[in-house]
Design a protein around this ligand. Structure first.
Ligand SMILES: [Zn+2]
Length: 176
């Protein structure tokens, strides 16, 4: 276990430990699983060592859930949908809610939280792409084709189910 990696020395120690047969768990600050690759490169880890040492990257976020006591259905405006990267047809089956705020949620409209996650598992093809320094857009496309579920997709599912708001997921995840 290596605490947060934020400088080249710590990155080097973590990668060396992994390369010499240790199972290393660590954390790193990044926007999503793909940015982690770039963060290691910035910290002077060569891509070949990185892909040899790295098995998987997990990104996670906490999303506030709408308070069940004051939740009510509403229809977002086209502007709001557009600002969230959605078109009206895409969200026809969504159950949009927001909380007005009540005594149970101290007027915030939110009560409780749910975790969402994005898991990048490195396969041989991805390792090759990273070593070749291919653009993140290509790496992302490959991972999604292999079934990677983006943070934004999991967040949108919570909106669709009427468990959180567009505002909340726009705060916590990036519009893709
Ligand atoms: Zn409430």
């Amino acid at each position: 276990m290596v605490g947060e990696i934020r400088d080249p020395d710590t990155a080097q120690i973590a990668v060396q430990s992994a390369l010499t047969g240790h199972l290393v768990f660590t954390t790193i600050h990044a926007n999503n699983v793909f940015d982690v690759i770039g963060r290691f490169t910035q910290m002077e880890i060569d891509p070949y060592s990185l892909v040899s040492a790295l098995n998987a990257v997990l990104a996670q976020r906490l999303i506030r859930l709408v308070c069940a006591s004051c939740s009510s259905h509403y229809t977002p405006s086209e502007e709001e949908l557009e600002a969230s990267g959605l078109d009206p047809q895409q969200v026809a089956h969504y159950h949009f809610v927001h909380g007005k705020g009540c005594g149970h949620c101290r007027g915030t409209g939110y009560r409780g939280r749910s975790a969402i996650a994005e898991l990048l598992h490195l396969d041989d093809e991805l390792r090759q792409m990273i070593v070749e320094r291919q653009p993140i857009s290509k790496i992302k496309a490959h991972a999604c084709k292999r079934g990677l579920r983006l943070l934004r997709e999991s967040a949108l599912e919570l909106v669709q189910q009427g468990r959180t708001t567009l505002e909340e997921i726009n705060r916590v995840t990036f519009i893709s």
